[in-house]
Design a protein around this ligand. Sequence first.
Ligand code: MEV
Length: 313
Amino acid sequence: MLRTGRGKAHAKVILFGEHAVVHGEPAVALPLAELPVRVTAEAVPGPLTIASTPYTGVLHEVPELLDAPRAVVLATLDHVGLPHEGIRIMVEGDVPPARGLGSSAAVAGALVRALADLAGRDLTEAEYLDLVAVGERVAHGSPSGLDAAATAAAEPVWFEAGVARRLATRMSGVLVVADSGVKGRTRHAVASVRTFLERRPMRGAALMTGLGALAQGGALDLTGDRPEALGEKMTQAQGMLRELGVSSPELDRLVDAALAAGALGAKLTGGGQGGCIIALAADDAAADRIDLALREAGAIGTWRHRIGPEEDR
Ligand code: MEV
């Protein structure tokens, strides 16, 4: 009988703390279960093959990302004791690559889970995170581990000193995620922040601390039901990220359009220098207006993510 292993992981958005988290500050991320990546791994005679559906694009659209899934697959096969042959892997999903939504970690996570399932192995969370990190190091260089943790989580995540904990939000709101259509390479963006820190150490350190403080305050707003305060902090974070050089004219235009359409706050999310922004809307009607404004300002795709106590989602 044909043996098949299946695995799933999902995209994420970073609400606060991207880049600063690489330098030891805390961060807040939200898992996007509505944007999953699914992997099937079948035991069939022949060589090891990895393919993906065209829309996932992960293996086709961004050639250097090919290396990351390959590294994850080989490391996972070794870890679970499967051979490097006789397995056909298919990656499917709707997470656009290189848009700050964590596609590399989501693909890695789904690959790890599918191959572990094929081997009949239950991995611990630590084993899972270590294997996802193999791909993240290839894709990002020096990953903080935030993306890997967020793709494994079902709840908003507080991430500090390499450890993720669940954040029980009491706030209700709608996040509109908008894709600028421009690819952002996390590796390049992380390197440009490092250069900023080397050239302007005092200002760089102040920005890192400031972004960390916004993550602290934003987590309290989420758990304390203060959407206006949360939105203000998002827009402040955008100002700091822009100063660090990880925004872009397209991202700035989307942020401005969202704010003009009544968003409580807006900022880039993830590595930046392309990719996506997130805008906080008070309710669905506000989200509709913001969504329209974002599309008029050039967004090539938008998604909605409901923030709320568990029972609201
Ligand atoms: C990328 O999604 C988030 C960054 O902070 C990099 C990292 O945490 O490894 C830019």
